[in-house]
Design a protein around this ligand. Sequence first.
Ligand code: HEC
Ligand code: HEC
Ligand code: HEC
Ligand code: HEC
Ligand code: HEC
Ligand code: HEC
Length: 251
Amino acid sequence: MRKSRIGLLFLIVLAILVLAGCASGKKVDTDKSLPEHVQPVARDLKFVSSDQMAGGCASCHMGPLSLSSMLQKMNHPPMPMDSVSQCLSCHGNDKPFPFKNMLHKAHKIGTPSAVVTSCVACHTMGIDGVFGVKGMLADGFQELTIKATTVDDAPDGCNSCHQTYAGGKDYSLKAETTKMNAASGHPVVPAADAKQCLTCHKPGGNLPLSRGLHLAHLVGEQNYFVTTYGASCLQCHVADDKGSISVKGLR
Ligand code: HEC
Ligand code: HEC
Ligand code: HEC
Ligand code: HEC
Ligand code: HEC
Ligand code: HEC
């Protein structure tokens, strides 16, 4: 017990050092043509880079916090294993007890007492825009380093940002797909919300909606979603207190 406290303390100190190291103190760009209530809030965006905890679970779970001792503590059947890849014989996606939300729940994600706050401590993005979990990546998975914060300015997800603003600024999903139509021939979609995108971008299909959206929002130093909205997963995703994570407004 005492040992695990010391381990936890070590982690907290480590986390503080990591966060302090990357607090950027960047000023936000305000857009004078937008009404005040949608102006980005001036704040310090504290980015965590996906390569900061490159080992995923192993970056935190070592010594007294090893995975095997964590399992022991939570009355899991005893498993003498310390690499998450070994868990997949039971918890892989095609196995009887797929992880799904188990690890979100184990870290209390979605509650105020979450023990891990940054999604990119565990998740890493592939060059195709699809996310995986460090230590559980498919063969040939090529990582693209991204950075993210945990700010949330968008209670309604897409529609909190993608709307028509007074003054004629049109960032609605229809306007975005119209711009994409000019750039790459994407169909113009007069969508009221993202549900309509799923008619072509079927979950599990070969055109997942996540792919294009992750790339469009999370990549690029000058990307407005990165500089102003903190490249935060929580602008689009929301976690409930059972650790289940969904996309706002999608289901
Ligand atoms: C950023 C650090 C960090 C990362 C990355 C991380 N964890 Fe944890 N994890 C923690 C902390 C802190 C606790 C709480 C420790 C405690 O209660 O003593 C915890 C708790 C757990 C528990 C026990 C939960 C319980 O109910 O007691 C398990 C199991 C676990 N983690 C597995 C994993 C796995 C598997 C991964 C990788 C997919 C992972 N963790 C990634 C920090 C991390
Ligand atoms: C031999 C099979 C097996 C292996 C290997 C295994 N587990 Fe499990 N685990 C289980 C079973 C069975 C359950 C209970 C599932 C349920 O209730 O639906 C479980 C449940 C869990 C839970 C959820 C507990 C809860 O109460 O919510 C976590 C977290 C977990 N395992 C983590 C791990 C980690 C991390 C590893 C690897 C270090 C691992 N397991 C390896 C069989 C296994
Ligand atoms: C402790 C490690 C850990 C952290 C932190 C974490 N995740 Fe996960 N996440 C996982 C694992 C493991 C899976 C299951 C992946 C699999 O089986 O392929 C998962 C699955 C998911 C899924 C797919 C869910 C489904 O039902 O298919 C989404 C979406 C997701 N995570 C988003 C997030 C977001 C957003 C955050 C931050 C708020 C986050 N995760 C934080 C480990 C983590
Ligand atoms: C917090 C604000 C915010 C949220 C929430 C948000 N977006 Fe965006 N979105 C932006 C910004 C800013 C850009 C422009 C990024 C840049 O500078 O290229 C953008 C760009 C886009 C583009 C243009 C992509 C391209 O290739 O030109 C599409 C389409 C889009 N978003 C759809 C969505 C959908 C669908 C959702 C919800 C699942 C969503 N957005 C959620 C702010 C947001
Ligand atoms: C009628 C079918 C259809 C609908 C509806 C649709 N898409 Fe697409 N989308 C496609 C096809 C096909 C591609 C791949 C070819 C391409 O890049 O144009 C694509 C690619 C994309 C891409 C990545 C490529 C790029 O051009 O930037 C993004 C982002 C995207 N769609 C967003 C959306 C959003 C957001 C919606 C809902 C507002 C939506 N799509 C609705 C067919 C559709
Ligand atoms: C612009 C909105 C948006 C942002 C920002 C965003 N996501 Fe997603 N994400 C989506 C959508 C849409 C899906 C597809 C959901 C579906 O089909 O049910 C998705 C799916 C996922 C999945 C499932 C696997 C996959 O890639 O398809 C994971 C894991 C995930 N997101 C993690 C993250 C993490 C981690 C971040 C932050 C670093 C993040 N997302 C930021 C919109 C977003």
